[in-house]
Design a protein around this ligand. Structure first.
Ligand SMILES: CC(C)(COP(=O)(O)OP(=O)(O)OC[C@H]1O[C@@H](n2cnc3c(N)ncnc32)[C@H](O)[C@@H]1OP(=O)(O)O)[C@@H](O)C(=O)NCCC(=O)NCCS
Length: 210
């Protein structure tokens, strides 16, 4: 477990069960949460191990994760590569969700077979999610996690970082990303009808301002 800054560590497999709990609390009603804790455990463990994965936790003074941020360098096709690498474990872990909602098979199959629409480029990193435990929110931890993520992406040669988030009923998160220096460059609608904001930040110009 590598210390990045006070209380900030590169995420290791030992953090995954706490991070899964944080994820389930932070992202209720989202697709990955619907797939359930077993799927998320494999997902976060795989993300920690993947060479392109960028995964950082904020641990409280007792060493328990109270926040996390994850993403990857070379984000085009990242999910597809991750799912293919551990397809059997992911398939077994998603059986319960498939029984509850059979049409998720289509979405999972698409994720495996299609590289997705993430931006292309070796100098690009994607920030997939950030979450802070509710009683630790508003203390600057989210911003510290973003700053650490940008530093790690810069170390890997990335010059720009993108993320997407819902445009509607999501003001707090949109303000948070803007406060962290991200700016909206594109708006679009997903096949499921969600209106999204796509944010970007140029690391070398903006990192010191965060
Ligand atoms: C979004 C989230 C990560 C922010 O973490 P946090 O630790 O509370 O944020 P910080 O305390 O570091 O705040 C950083 C900046 O964002 C602003 N901000 C944070 N939450 C805000 C809110 N609810 N409303 C308005 N501004 C907010 C802060 O005022 C601060 O601005 P400043 O630097 O100008 O003072 C956290 O609220 C969270 O986990 N939410 C649930 C999960 C989620 O929706 N994640 C994002 C989608 S992937």
């Amino acid at each position: 477990m590598k210390l990045i800054a006070p209380n900030l560590y590169s995420m290791g497999v030992q953090h995954t069960s706490a991070v899964v709990q944080l994820h389930l609390n932070s992202f209720q009603g989202f697709f990955l949460s619907f797939l359930g804790p077993s799927f998320l455990t494999i997902y976060y463990a795989a993300l920690c191990k993947a060479s392109e994965g960028i995964a950082i936790v904020y641990c409280n003074d007792n060493g328990i994760p109270a926040g996390f941020v994850v993403g990857s360098s070379n984000p085009r096709g990242f999910y597809s590569r991750l799912l293919k690498r551990e397809w059997l474990r992911f398939a077994i872990a998603s059986v319960g969700a498939m029984v509850r909602k059979p049409n998720i098979i289509v979405r999972l199959a698409r994720a495996v077979s299609h590289p997705g629409n993430n931006p292309v480029g070796e100098d690009v990193a994607g920030l997939f999610s950030v979450g802070v435990q509710p009683d630790f929110q508003g203390c600057g931890i989210g911003k510290q996690l973003i700053s650490a993520f940008l530093e790690e992406a810069a170390k890997r040669g990335c010059r720009r970082v993108f993320l997407t988030t819902d445009r509607d009923n999501n003001d707090a998160v949109n303000i948070f990303y803007q406060r962290c220096g991200f700016a909206i460059e594109r708006q679009y609608e997903t096949p499921e009808g969600r209106r999204m904001n796509e944010y970007w930040i140029s690391i070398n110009d903006e990192m010191n301002k965060v």
